[in-house]
Design a protein around this ligand. Sequence first.
Ligand SMILES: [Fe+2]
Length: 422
Amino acid sequence: MVLVPRIPLRKSFVMNPFFKKLGESVYDQWRKANFDLTLFPDLARKALEKRKPSNHVDLQELIHEFLLSDEQPFQTSSGFGQPELILFDNPKFYIQALFWLDATTDIHQHEFSGAFHVMAGSSIHSTYDFEKAKSVTAHFRLGDLKLQDVSLLQTGSTVPITSGRTCIHSLFHLETPSITIVIRTHSDPGTGPQFTYLPPHVALDPVQQDALTTRRKQLLDVLEHTGAPDYGDLVLKMLGELDLERGFFVLQNCFGHLRNLGEWDRAWSRFARKHGSAVSPIKKTLEEIIRRDALTAMRSSIEDVEHRFFLALLLNLERRDDLLRLISSRHQGNALTTILRWASELIQVDETGVWLLDARIPWLNDLDEEELPSLVLEVLDQLLKIQGKAVKTAPAWKGPQAAKFAVIKECLMSSSWRVLLH
Ligand SMILES: [Fe+2]
């Protein structure tokens, strides 16, 4: 007789009775529906809404159990979340808790389906379409990323997730930490790559970056940090040789340092000469990356919750009406008055001029250190009221004052404030 070793059935280890019950309930319902993938997002959403983790899970208990009990489901080595904890594991799907400390997610689509629930904190949720998309390679696409909808997700909100290009979104977490519970399939075949979108025009596959390009970018970082004298020339030579996709990655990596070296225009001309009209969406995307990086960096140094909320709005929203609507949903009173108050709290002065977030207004003749900040706030007040674009100068400004108004207006319109001024 041949002894066949008995293979134990896979056991679903769970750390918390709530998620055990939730997972088993979702499994039972989905099994009855023959594991029809199209039904899973709604099924997961309903399960999260029926017994909301935000109402029924004791966060302290959850953390203690995870730290002190070894009876945990299989944990991935995923870099997603800060961190990601797997709370229920099943061959068909799993449940995860994602902690977010200071994070905005990239604009992305999914290769999985399910639903997510805001268990703690709140988030700005933006959804997008990617129109007129053209593949440059299987992992790099150009098109027009259009913001469709923006909403504020409060604690207890649940949103379904559909795999593929019909569900492109981003989340900006407002509180620290924000915690999201996700019920999700492992992977839905045929719905990849899981593109990341760089507004306004680029989609790229974050998983399939070629290793040679990664190492070259790292080597360029070494040259940047060591102040290599031939840095600009080397990048230019690379741009003269590389295809569009890899040239973009090199430009994205080197943009800041090339600008500091005064080499940016030369590098861009080289890239544009090689690839012709195809590069115009790429230039706009690189400029937007710089803008977003600057605002994201400010979020780490600005601690006031209201100011961080305002930065998040400037980072994510493209329409003045959306911005005013979301401010009104969290703050009583006139949204423009609130913005002006924030501006007066955020304004800073250094040797180069006055800073209002990413807007720098240089020192102007005849104005001292105390006068310029007040003038900037006065101009901002007027521009917010008249929405900037419609008039060249406000009626109250004449002669030399009109010239100062024009300079300040130009600086504000070249910054993240522009979304509010037209
Ligand atoms: Fe997502």
